[in-house]
Design a protein around this ligand. Structure first.
Ligand SMILES: [Zn+2]
Ligand SMILES: [Zn+2]
Length: 396
């Protein structure tokens, strides 16, 4: 054996490790929003203009998720005085098909296939089909988004909150199975109308996602004096789900945008909540695979360069911004005795851009919320600062 080949032999594992490390760190974090509305339901702008809001900014993908529609077929909307400015913008940028009905001008909405064709660029920008399956139980609004579905899904009825949610999830997963197309249901804004309690979410089978943050002003992300906020809900639900052998729920951040003209607290505006998904490529299948693997975080203004978990230590690299300070709260659930579990345990609070937490051994799961002191440009409530929500991990 020559000296040269010996050296090469020694080099190879190190080279491989470097290459693998390089691959892991260079995989992009695609930015997207999975929950938006347009004139196909109760949003106040045309679907082209809604997609443009995201495509014109730093987003890589968006799913329009109108209530109980997948934006197909023929739909005309009246162009009254309030809608005229949006119509003029549409006409100027994308053109529009209109007709006169007596004194009223009407415009035809572009279908999903039509508006997608205007924006989608392979590897650059993705327009995913969505629907907000909008049901209720005893006047409680029960909304479940389906992302990347093929066929329209009817709102479901049932005998309880859990039953309606489960039936909705089952229909999505059944469609996934019969079409072979990856698609996911996610539970929307549990505290909207105080509709969904932690107990309602615990038994759901097949569900992996819920909205820990939603930018609509009526969703009570933070709970109230008697009802838990979405973060406390998340930990309670996951502690119970683990006890039942069910997989952990993962937390999404979304806009749930409806209002595109006046940007203000109290309006359901775009740009408040998004996900960053570390996927192999910008396709629905790759994004969904990464979401299901938990390789994503929700954000309302904090960006992460890396999230690592080696089975013992959860570490983050937070993107530095001049003058912005970060505190990361490592939180979760732990065994507190033979039969007792402590929930929403704060394991550590770490300041700075590179927080990490080494598990002690009694944790059932640990997740991280990064809190910045940077006020959001357009918060959903006064005084809100940007955050990021990292998915729960279990010790290995
Ligand atoms: Zn909703
Ligand atoms: Zn919505």
């Amino acid at each position: 054996m020559s000296l040269g080949s010996m050296n090469l032999g020694r080099m190879r594992p190190l080279l491989l490790a470097l290459l693998l490390a390089g691959c892991a760190s260079t995989q992009p974090w695609y930015k997207g929003n999975l929950h938006t509305h347009s004139l196909w339901s109760d949003g106040d702008d045309f679907p082209e203009s809604v997609v443009a809001w995201y495509a014109d900014r730093d987003y890589d993908f968006v799913a329009l998720s109108d209530h109980n529609t997948i934006a197909d077929g023929e739909k005309w909307v009246r162009i009254d005085a309030a809608r005229r400015p949006a119509y003029d913008v549409l006409q100027g940028r994308f053109g529009a098909t209109s007709r006169q009905r007596g004194d009223t001008l009407e415009a035809r909405l572009r279908t999903y296939d039509e508006y997608r064709a205007l924006f989608e660029r392979p590897g650059r920008f993705l327009v995913i089909k969505g629907e907000e399956i909008t049901s209720s139980f005893e006047r409680r609004p029960l909304h479940v988004n389906a992302t990347n579905l093929v066929h329209f899904i009817e709102p479901q009825t049932g005998t309880s909150v859990t039953d309606v949610l489960q039936k909705t999830i089952d229909v999505v997963l059944h469609q996934r199975e019969t079409t072979g197309q990856p698609m996911i249901p996610h539970i929307n804004h549990p505290n909207f109308g105080w509709a969904i309690s932690p107990e309602d979410l615990v038994p759901l089978v097949g569900e992996r996602f819920f909205e820990v943050y939603n930018g609509h002003p009526a969703v009570h992300n933070e709970g109230d004096d008697t009802r838990p906020g979405t973060e406390a809900m998340w930990d309670r639900v996951n502690a119970e789900r683990l006890a039942r052998g069910l997989p952990l729920l993962l937390g999404l951040a979304t806009d749930d945008s409806h209002n595109y003209h006046e940007m203000a607290v109290g309006k359901a505006n775009p740009g408040r909540g998004w996900v960053r998904v570390r996927a192999a490529e910008l396709t629905p299948a790759a994004l969904i695979a990464a979401l299901e693997a938990g390789d994503f975080y929700g954000s309302s203004g904090v960006e992460l360069e890396d999230v690592r978990f080696d089975g013992r230590t959860l570490s983050l690299d937070i993107e530095e911004r001049p003058g912005v300070a970060y505190e990361t709260v490592f939180v979760g659930a732990r065994r507190a005795g033979a039969d007792s579990v402590e929930v929403s345990t704060v394991f550590a609070r770490v300041a700075g851009d590179e927080p990490s937490y080494r598990l002690r051994g009694d944790e059932l799961f640990v997740r991280a919320t990064v809190i910045s002191d940077r006020p959001m440009a357009n918060p959903y409530r006064e005084g809100e600062t940007g955050k990021a929500w990292v998915q729960p991990v279990q010790p290995r």
